[in-house]
Design a protein around this ligand. Structure first.
Ligand SMILES: Cc1ncc(COP(=O)(O)O)c(C=O)c1O
Length: 434
């Protein structure tokens, strides 16, 4: 048992023992290894990983091809911190080759930096203050958007800050609309259209599982931004490179002005990007524009090499074929596994990503998700994790597969899900009787 002493040491030196708020687990774990589709905890227990660091490892953990390219880069160069490196040029060309609606790209390290930059460029380009975000979408930890992701029912419909320590004014220019609500967005533009710098959205709000966008909603967002001279930002930190090599805009047939990428872009290595139309990217101080953009580690060779290698691995399309087929198999399997239990459930997702809600589907916006039975959702994901199938035991959190997962992994997970669901359902029966 190495977990207990490590947990004690972690809690002594790090507040709560973890380095990100939502890495706190109901049953705390310490991990010591990862490879392919597997992660290992400090007691040597192996898990099939369906969390994948919030979806980062689209190829699986420690992908050999990506790691080799990272090591090669490390042998020849490290951070220079002036001018450009050949790897940055190659990485930018590679990304722009695939994301056709982006003319230029800037690299940073995290999704939060990418969305922060996109909003700054939008405000700089328009000279306006307000931004529109949607209930259920997460865009990182910076103050202007840290609101209304998983929101208690009594706060839905109001701007609801997610942290203390934020200046109250930091959200005074943030408007929150309901996802998929065309009329709500139209109202926001009627009231504030002259002052809306940007509309930012996750094309699929995966931070609350999976709310699929309607075509009319995405079209309306594009149209209203065009009509009012606002910047449309797609936050593709989760969807980008996991669902498509070409950006979700290509799938949706709606092209954003700016896009933020992260997570799967580097298969888990720290790299993120903000890219888009040359006219808005020209705001960047790197091009002599008025909007400051900087970061000591931006364009770090490790991230650049990881990104180029990850995209190369995705280019043949075989990875997408494999992970989409597994995602579909898992969604169907979970639906089947839940059929015999007397609880409402709804299996949904997109591509390689899946979620089993404890509610009567379908779902279209966050208000629908308020019906999700949070306690049972968490109990289910906790039960799966205890059985060796790691799914983040936090309400509304999605799961996903990687190129390293196999059909057998999915089938074994579905069998486990049937067992775990029966036990969740039996607990419900006991509660009712008790
Ligand atoms: C859609 C979305 N945008 C932005 C972010 C922030 O990215 P990071 O945690 O890398 O700062 C996240 C992180 O989960 C995300 O899911």
């Amino acid at each position: 048992m190495r977990t207990d002493p490590l947990l004690k040491r972690a809690a002594a030196v790090t507040p709560g023992g973890v380095n990100t708020s939502i890495r706190r687990l109901p049953d705390p774990l310490v991990f010591t290894g990862a490879r392919g589709q597997t992660i290992i905890d400090a007691d040597g227990k192996e898990y099939i990983d369906f969390h994948l660091a919030f979806g980062c490892q689209v190829l699986g953990h420690c992908d050999e091809y990506v790691d080799r390219r990272v090591l090669e880069a490390m042998r020849s160069i490290d951070l220079i911190g002036a001018g450009a490196t050949e790897l940055e040029v190659q990485a930018a060309e590679k990304l722009l080759e695939h994301v056709a609606y982006a003319d230029q790209v800037l690299f940073c390290l995290t999704g939060s930096e990418a969305t922060h930059t996109a909003l700054r460029f939008a405000r700089s380009a328009t000279g306006r203050r307000k931004i529109v975000k949607f209930q259920g979408c997460y865009h990182g930890w910076h103050d202007a958007v840290l609101a209304n992701v998983i929101t208690p029912p009594e706060m839905v419909g109001r701007v609801s800050a997610m942290s203390s320590g934020m200046v109250p004014d930091s959200l005074s220019h943030t408007l929150v609309c309901e996802f998929n609500d065309v009329m709500g967005l139209e109202r926001a533009f009627q009231e504030h259209g002259d002052d809306i710098a940007a509309v930012i959205l996750e094309p699929i709000p995966h931070n609350v599982g999976c709310l699929l966008p309607t075509t009319s909603f995405l079209n309306a967002a594009r149209l209203l931004c065009d009509r009012h001279g606002s910047v449309l930002i797609f936050d593709e930190v989760v969807t980008g490179f996991r669902h498509s090599l070409n950006g979700f805009g290509k799938i949706a047939g709606v092209e954003p002005d700016l896009t933020a990428f992260g997570k799967a872009l580097g298969n888990g290595y720290p790299v993120a990007a903000v890219c888009g139309r040359a006219s808005v990217m020209a705001e960047s101080a790197t091009a002599g524009g008025p909007a400051f953009f900087a970061g000591t580690y931006n364009g770090h060779p490790i991230g650049m090499a990881a990104m180029i290698a990850t995209i190369e691995r995705l280019e043949s399309g075989e990875v997408y074929e494999h992970i989409f087929a597994l995602g579909e198999r898992m969604r169907a399997g979970l639906k089947w596994a839940a059929e015999d239990i007397p609880l409402p459930t709804f299996s949904t997702g997109f591509g390689s990503l899946f979620v089993l809600y404890f509610l009567q589907g379908p779902v279209s916006d966050y208000r629908d998700l308020l019906a999700n039975d949070a306690a049972r959702f968490v109990r289910f994901q906790q039960g799966m994790t205890q059985d060796g199938f790691f799914m983040l035991p936090i309400n509304l959190k999605r799961s996903q597969v990687s190129a390293a997962h196999t059909q057998a992994d999915v089938d074994r997970a579905v069998e486990a899900a049937a067992r775990v669901l029966r036990s969740v359902s039996d607990q419900v029966a006991t509660e009712v009787v008790g």
